[in-house]
Design a binder for this molecule. Structure first.
Ligand SMILES: Nc1ncnc2c1ncn2[C@@H]1O[C@H](COP(=O)(O)OP(=O)(O)OP(=O)(O)O)[C@@H](O)[C@H]1O
Length: 233
């Protein structure tokens, strides 16, 4: 589904990584690891069209998304991508429910190509998703009144409602205790098992253990961790 070819990224004279080649298929959940500052978030940002690689291509179903114009970028973000990032991209002044309803309305599903207007896309889906992340009944609270970990779980609930084809998660368990970390990783795993491709930048060994493959940024290259030799990539 995603084919990264010969990707490199430099900021000025400093090359973060080069010659990155990676394929992420439907239903695969991959971990990106590596030391702090090695460029994991930057790689996710390139996949999420928040940053541009210096060279190389990122193909999604054959199309090089690094060459998308503004309209295609907007559609790709809306229809295909789901972000679980440190700054969560939630609407701060809106309520929990409003943040989820933004993605629950009638819209085209990138995976099925059909209108996603079944009954689950409305209030029921919102309530179910909030229940799964331990925030049942919190619909009317404003985002800026929630803790960092609660906001992260709202962002996860939004992904459950949105059901994107590709999820990019940057340290998704970083602000969470063990129980909530387990909830997050269980849900990401379920989304992946349902056909979503999931790429997670993480330092958390518990997250890495649940992934199909682990890749590390090491000396400016992306290398596959031998511990996951059974997986593809
Ligand atoms: N826009 C930018 N301009 C210049 N340097 C940048 C820019 N964005 C990131 N960097 C640098 O690129 C390096 C990699 O940052 P990145 O956040 O991708 O690392 P990371 O592996 O995700 O780190 P961590 O594990 O600490 O989150 C850092 O040294 C950072 O300062």
């Amino acid at each position: 589904m995603i084919d990264i070819e010969n990707l490199s990224k430099a900021f000025g004279a400093r090359t973060l990584w080069r010659d990155v080649n990676l394929t992420v298929g439907r239903g695969e959940m991959l971990a990106l690891t590596g030391p702090s500052g090695s460029g994991k978030s930057t790689l996710l940002n390139c996949l999420g069209l928040l940053d541009k690689p210096s060279t190389g291509s990122i193909r999604y179903e054959g199309k090089d998304i690094t060459r998308f114009g503004r309209g295609d970028v907007r559609r790709f973000r809306r229809d295909t991508l789901g972000y679980l990032f440190q700054h969560y991209a939630l609407i701060e002044n809106a309520t929990v429910a409003e943040n989820l309803e933004v993605v629950a309305g009638p819209r085209r599903s990138a995976r099925s190509g059909s209108k996603g207007t079944d009954g689950k896309r409305g209030g029921t889906a919102v309530a179910e998703a909030l229940g799964r992340v331990g925030l049942a009944g919190r619909e009317k609270e404003r985002i800026h009144h929630l803790s960092g970990g609660e906001q992260q779980r709202v962002a996860l609930a939004r992904l459950m409602v949105q059901r994107p084809a590709l999820v990019l998660a940057d340290e998704p368990t970083g602000a969470l205790d063990d129980d909530n970390s387990t909830v997050v990783i269980d849900i990401l795993r379920e989304m992946s098992d349902a056909g979503c491709a999931v790429v997670i930048a993480t330092h958390d060994a518990g997250v890495r253990d649940r992934c199909d493959a682990v890749f590390a940024v090491h000396e400016s290259s992306l290398v596959r961790s031998p511990a996951t030799a059974g997986a593809t990539g």
